[in-house]
Design a protein around this ligand. Structure first.
Ligand code: GGG
Length: 367
């Protein structure tokens, strides 16, 4: 059985749509839940009913909830135990992740050893961050997608702090750069939209020089794609002035993180932004990571103030990755319908709590 080709607004996998790759799983999908810290568990609570809903519609899935996060670390000293990491790497189809980060762990050690370990260890170098403003928000009709390299650059965790001197290394390798850019080119071709590489090769001559060189090679290999490199500062200025000419934006880990936070603002803010990370060079069904762009937001955690839309749209991306296109589309449509009917959390000027927003969205799902 081959999954139907979707037209989902957050569709991300056209570049990989071959019959082989789109085959529906021959086993129940093994989905690990890591709610994490702060607002993570609250928004995850609004995603879990979607898994139950998919199961009720006949999708086969097994769900395992994992405790890793600050509470678990502070209670046990464990961040992500090796056995758990190996099980996620070898025995899991998808990870649905909330957020990590907790002021009780000021050095962020657990966050590094859980989230960055998963991104880097599973080689999830393509981090897809779509921006499509929801009904009733400003800039409706905009369609931006950031392809952020997710495993290296300035986030490679190599550096040192010495008296009066601090070093953070940024390491860029050609395989990761090439895989990220190939995915971005494929996506721009599939959407027939422009592709922009954000870089600072005028200053970061080595690392971003590599990005520009590989980008130029791929430009030559993809003459049908309208592609150009831009200094990131000029790109940011142009985006703020008018984002509409942009389609796909590719960037390294650090720039991609920041640019996708800006594009999230075009779609209502960090609370609405979904993401999916995958390893394009590994078999289609290796574990992927679906997580909202936002962090743990400790200042609002536990108060029902977090917006669950980013988490819910990340769940739709996960469904799409599993080949469950009709469920992905239905979840995206339910979010759009809830927004169109005026449902809003406080970050969007409404008064709904996290759980009320989740309930409003689920109210628009088909049975
Ligand atoms: N879902 C993305 C995530 O958890 N990112 C980690 C992060 O940004 N943590 C910092 C924070 O939560 O303040």
């Amino acid at each position: 059985m081959v999954a139907s080709r979707g037209v989902g607004v957050w569709h991300h996998r056209q570049e990989l749509e071959t019959e082989t790759e789109q085959k529906v799983l021959d086993h129940a999908a093994r989905i690990a839940l890591i709610p994490g810290d702060g607002a993570g568990p609250e928004v995850m609570a609004e995603a879990v009913p979607l898994l139950d809903w998919a199961r009720a519609r006949g999708r086969r899935l097994e769900v395992e909830r994992l405790p890793y996060g600050a509470d678990h670390y502070l209670a046990t000293g464990e961040t992500l135990p090796e056995a758990a990491y190996a099980a996620l790497r070898d025995g899991c189809d998808a990870i649905l992740f909330g957020a990590v980060g907790d002021p009780r762990v000021p050095d962020g050690r657990h966050a590094e050893e859980i989230l960055l370990r998963l991104r880097q260890g599973l080689e999830l170098m393509v981090n897809f961050r779509p921006c499509r403003p929801l009904p009733g928000l400003q800039r409706e009709g905009l369609w931006l997608e950031v392809y952020r390299e997710n495993t290296e650059g300035a986030y490679c965790l190599q550096g040192s702090t010495e008296p009066g001197r601090a070093v953070d290394l940024a390491v860029h390798t050609e395989p990761a750069v090439r895989r990220l850019l190939e995915a971005a080119f494929a996506r721009a071709r599939a959407r027939s939209c422009p592709l922009t590489l954000a870089h600072k090769a005028n200053v970061l001559k080595h690392g971003h020089g590599l990005w520009v060189r590989v980008f130029q090679e791929l430009c030559a290999a993809h003459p049908g794609v309208t592609a150009r490199g831009m200094h990131a500062d000029a790109l940011l200025c142009a985006l703020v002035q008018d984002p509409s000419p942009f389609g796909v934006i590719a960037a390294d880990n650090y720039l991609g993180d920041l640019i996708s936070d800006l594009t999230a603002a075009f779609a209502g803010g960090m609370g609405t932004a979904p993401s999916l990370s995958w390893a394009p060079h590994r078999p289609f069904r290796c574990a992927v990571l679906a997580e909202p762009v936002h962090g743990s937001a400790p200042d609002i955690a536990g108060k029902g103030l977090a917006n669950p839309v980013g988490m819910i749209l990340s769940t739709a991306l996960l469904f799409r990755h599993l080949g469950w296109e009709s469920e992905a589309l239905a979840v995206e449509a339910a979010v759009a319908a809830a927004m169109a009917s005026g449902a809003r959390t406080r970050d969007l000027g409404g008064s709904l709590s996290t759980s009320d927003m989740g309930t409003a969205i689920r109210g628009h799902l088909p049975g």
